[in-house]
Design a protein around this ligand. Structure first.
Ligand SMILES: [Zn+2]
Length: 296
């Protein structure tokens, strides 16, 4: 597979990759990191997660989704911030959405064995009916001890080519991490069968034969001012005095109170719990429950 990148992904010959615009994005950035993810969805239903990541209510997105057959769909240009990392920390860096490209791979995440060859998680994985599915039990300190679906060869080949093309377009990229690295205890994607070390060696230029055939037109570099995200209010507080908390739940300490009618910038939403991560007009960040905020 050959393609080049000019903020949008182009296949060899100049044809643009499939593009489904997501509204879930913020300001410009200069990426220096790639975060690899799993969609936590049924690999036989690629439209489901792309549909979700392009809906405003999801408050989540990624730059690309790689489906089970190696098809790549782009959801946002590579030089804008997508909402894939969430509250995140690795080493001495925080809030990875501000400088990383998010790549989603169709994969269900952890599975339980329910009978010989049949596994259950966000969907049923039946290796008897679908022999292309390979499931292995792997335990790591970061992932726990579970069954996992191996990624398809086409998916890994597409991902490797994309990592190489991104490195070529954005030479500052020098780090590849799994979501589990930057959200320990909260995330287990990518699963332990993902070849993260292969992707790391690609962006370090140690996998020559993969990087060589990719043709590249580097993206224009942004000034630091342009890369800084702006406060972009998109919701209104509808409680008399809303608690701003240090984390997504009432067990987290109250950091302050937000008056009725205040306009806030929603950065991320947890679709299960309903908690939102927000920025206030005064620059404070924290969490509020979505029931007390009306989205535009
Ligand atoms: Zn993830």
């Amino acid at each position: 597979m050959q393609f080049e990148i000019r903020n949008h992904l182009l296949f060899a010959g100049g044809k643009q990759a499939p593009y489904r615009a997501t509204p879930n994005r913020s300001g410009f950035m200069n990426p220096d990191t790639i975060i690899d993810h799993d969609t936590a969805s049924n690999p036989l239903d690629p439209s489901g997660d792309i549909g979700w990541l392009t809906m405003p209510v999801a408050r989540a997105s990624a730059h690309v989704v790689i489906d089970w057959n190696g098809g790549i769909t782009q959801l946002a240009p590579f030089n804008v911030q997508c909402w894939h990392a969430g509250p995140s920390k690795y080493g001495n860096r925080y809030n990875f959405n501000g400088f990383s490209i998010g790549i989603e791979h169709d994969n269900p995440g952890y599975l339980r064995k329910i009978s010989e060859g049949v596994y259950s998680g966000v969907c049923i994985i039946d290796t008897n009916k679908n022999p292309q599915f390979k499931v292995a039990r792997v335990a790591t300190p970061e992932h726990g001890d579970h069954y996992w679906l191996a990624y398809s060869e086409k998916q890994i080949a597409a991902s490797a080519a994309l990592h190489a093309a991104l490195k070529a377009a954005y030479p500052e990229i020098n780090t590849v991490l799994g979501h589990f690295h930057i959200c320990p205890g909260r995330k287990t994607d990518t699963n332990p069968l993902f070849p993260l070390s292969q992707m790391q060696s690609i962006v370090r230029g140690e996998a020559g034969e993969l990087a060589a055939p990719i043709e590249v037109k580097p993206a224009p570099k942004l000034s630091p001012a342009a890369a800084k995200p702006a406060f972009a209010p998109d919701a209104t507080v509808v409680a008399d005095s809303l608690n701003l908390r240090g984390g997504p739940g009432i067990q987290f300490a109250v950091k302050g109170m937000i008056p009725y009618g205040t306009r806030v910038d929603v950065q991320e939403a947890d679709k299960l719990s309903g908690w939102l991560r927000i920025i206030t007009p005064f620059g404070a960040t924290g969490y509020v429950h979505g029931g007390f905020v009306r989205l535009d």
